[in-house]
Ligand binder design. Structure first.
Ligand SMILES: Nc1ncnc2c1ncn2[C@@H]1O[C@H](COP(=O)(O)OP(=O)(O)OP(=O)(O)O)[C@@H](O)[C@H]1O
Ligand SMILES: Cc1ncc(C[n+]2csc(CCOP(=O)(O)O)c2C)c(N)n1
Ligand SMILES: [Mg+2]
Ligand SMILES: [Mg+2]
Ligand SMILES: [Mg+2]
Length: 327
């Protein structure tokens, strides 16, 4: 287990005070409910200058967009509809103008308006260096419809809702060359994937509205890490078939170790990874098609104890490395 998860487990309360609490620490978002029809879903994620973005990797509006998008993505991974958000910002004593902050907020607002989310609060503080933005997002899901990481069963199909590795490929170029200097049209889709991630709310909602048993997680840390979270939470193993992972011709022509770095360990794609029974998979595929959304079968669940395996060229290897860890 990585140190970050180990530490979070160590501070996880063992007793609950509130009977309305349905899901605490351990999934993409927490859930509580005192209502017979719906549950409230709450997620918080922080972005730190130098860790999650720099002025060279991200335009100002994109920083705001992404700070909100990553939180909407966690709501989507629970099957929720986004409703409200709060923003805490720590502003360095130099280097960031009020106009810069306004641009960041404009980026947030455009995305919030798209999902009809209201900004309802936050906090403003100073810091020595490095801008920090923390967004808390609230949403709702119908009673009994939440989609947990612990819902996977042996023989289920493992699916993803879109391309993987694009953000990491884009970031690799942004770390070498400021976004102001990159205009290679071949790189633009990857740069865009890094800067302007699209939270998969509609996919999450389709999955929540069906009566299928679905496990779901958003891909913030890379496929290997997110698959492991489903495997651990459901007490099963995940088998990913390398050739089934959707890849653009541009990615396919890179050396295999680069493809693996971007796809398995890169992260920040904010697609959803999930599981569904083999019987229901064709119905789900049809439902996504009718809604003009993509979905790909990339493997299956096996009985086991939290392993993530990769099948390639008739060889099966257990993935031991995971994604990005802060500890
Ligand atoms: N410092 C903390 N204190 C309390 N709970 C935490 C802390 N950090 C994370 N958690 C909880 O641990 C679980 C896993 O958090 P994590 O941030 O890995 O999930 P995520 O948001 O899906 O991933 P990412 O942050 O990569 O987007 C969540 O339930 C989260 O609320
Ligand atoms: C300048 C710069 N350098 C590196 C990265 C890559 N990066 C940072 S955090 C993270 C994982 C998700 O974070 P979290 O676990 O906090 O959600 C990744 C892949 C970046 N985005 N910008
Ligand atoms: Mg998540
Ligand atoms: Mg988080
Ligand atoms: Mg997150």
């Amino acid at each position: 287990m990585n140190k970050e998860i180990e530490w979070i487990r160590s501070i996880t309360p063992t007793k609950r005070h509130q009977s309305s609490l349905k899901v605490g620490i351990g999934d993409d978002a927490a859930i509580y409910s005192d209502d017979e029809t719906k549950e409230t879903v709450i997620a918080v994620d922080t972005m730190v200058e130098g860790v999650h973005f720099t002025k060279d990797t991200m335009p100002l509006k994109a920083i705001g967009h992404k700070a909100l998008a990553v939180n909407i993505s966690d709501l989507a991974a629970m099957g929720a509809v986004p409703l409200y958000y709060l923003v805490s910002i720590a502003i360095p004593k130099s280097g960031w103008l009020t106009e810069d902050l306004n641009e960041i907020y404009a980026g947030m607002k455009t995305l919030a308006d798209h999902w009809e989310m209201d900004l309802i609060g936050g906090d403003t503080v100073s810091i020595d260096r490095n801008l920090v933005i923390t967004v808390t997002a609230l949403g709702k899901v119908e009673q009994g419809k939440r989609l947990l990481r612990s819902n996977a069963s042996p023989e289920d199909v493992v699916f993803v809702t879109g391309p993987l590795g694009h953000s990491a490929l884009g970031l690799e170029h942004l770390l070498k060359n400021s976004h102001k200097n990159i205009d290679d049209p071949e790189l633009l889709p990857y740069i865009k994937a890094h800067q302007w991630p699209v939270p998969q709310v509609k996919a999450g909602r389709i999955l929540a509205e069906t009566d299928f048993k679905v496990a779901l997680n958003d891909i913030s840390d890379g496929l290997a890490s997110e698959a492991k979270e489903i495997a651990d939470a459901s007490n099963v193993s995940v088998e990913i078939v390398w050739d089934n992972i959707p890849k653009t011709p541009f990615i396919k022509k890179a050396p295999i170790h680069k493809q693996e770095e971007w796809i398995l360990y890169g992260g920040e794609d904010f697609q959803l990874i999930g599981t569904i029974s083999k019987v229901e998979w064709p119905k789900l595929k049809q439902l996504f098609k009718e809604n003009a959304l993509s979905i790909h079968n990339i493997g299956s669940i096996t009985s086991g104890k939290g392993e993530v395996k990769l099948v390639r060229d008739n060889e099966t290897i257990v993935l031991t490395k995971t994604g990005y860890h802060h500890l």
